[in-house]
Design a protein around this ligand. Structure first.
Ligand code: IMP
Length: 197
């Protein structure tokens, strides 16, 4: 079995990825299996640059296949911001409530038809011999006027996916995964993985 290292500490993401990869002959490792692995700075201008950087560094340093993701929210009326700065939109350390408040303030007086936005997720796969590829998934929707719902994280209380009346935070995890940017990027993994085995 080949080993594949997931570049995430988030146990929810780990479960979701493991589920999708279970049909492949892979032994899945996570960052928890590597002591004191240095933090990799997400200093790219795009989700793809960040995901590829993380996957490449981890593949090179561990000697195993590596899978990394980067995601965020792009708001039309803000020319695509917060984008790669989604987690630290209102400063560091990450504060979801402050991020949502900042977003609402910047969209004050912006009418519904101009509140379009999309969640984007890019997943990168890299091998220790230098090969790499990235795939992305998008979930279109719009930014609500007020937060609603108690599930999820990040911008979920403000993001209403296309064709829905409820925010991401009001949907079950299953309903969310079926349409989310991350779910859509993960769906593309089985097609690119065989090239790395
Ligand atoms: P990361 O890819 O885990 O670093 O996520 C970047 C940031 O984007 C998060 O801190 C959230 O603010 C935002 N984000 C990404 N995906 C989601 C989502 O599915 N729901 C809500 N916020 C998200």
């Amino acid at each position: 079995k080949k080993r594949l290292v997931l570049a995430t500490h988030n146990s929810h993401k780990i479960q979701e990825i493991q589920q999708i990869l279970k049909e492949f002959p892979l032994e899945i490792l996570t960052m928890k299996d590597f002591e004191d692995f240095p933090e990799i700075e997400e200093d790219g201008d795009t989700f793809e640059a960040n995901a590829l950087k993380k996957a490449r560094v981890i593949a090179q340093q561990t000697g195993y296949l590596a899978l990394a993701d980067d995601s965020g929210l792009m708001v039309d009326a803000l020319d695509g911001r917060p984008g790669v700065y989604s987690a630290r939109f209102a400063g560091e350390p990450t504060d979801d409530t402050a991020n949502n408040q900042k977003l609402l303030r910047l969209l004050e007086n912006v009418p519904k038809e101009k509140r379009g936005a999309q969640f984007v997720c890019t997943i990168a796969l890299a091998s220790p011999n230098g090969k790499s590829v990235a795939v992305s998934g998008v979930c279109p929707g719009y930014i609500a006027e007020h937060p609603a719902g108690s599930g999820g994280f990040g911008y979920d209380p403000l993001f209403i996916p296309e064709k829905f009346q409820q925010s991401f935070a009001g949907l079950s995890a299953e309903a969310r995964n079926a349409i989310s940017h991350r779910g859509r990027a993960l769906e593309k993994l089985p097609a690119i993985l065989p090239d790395f085995l």
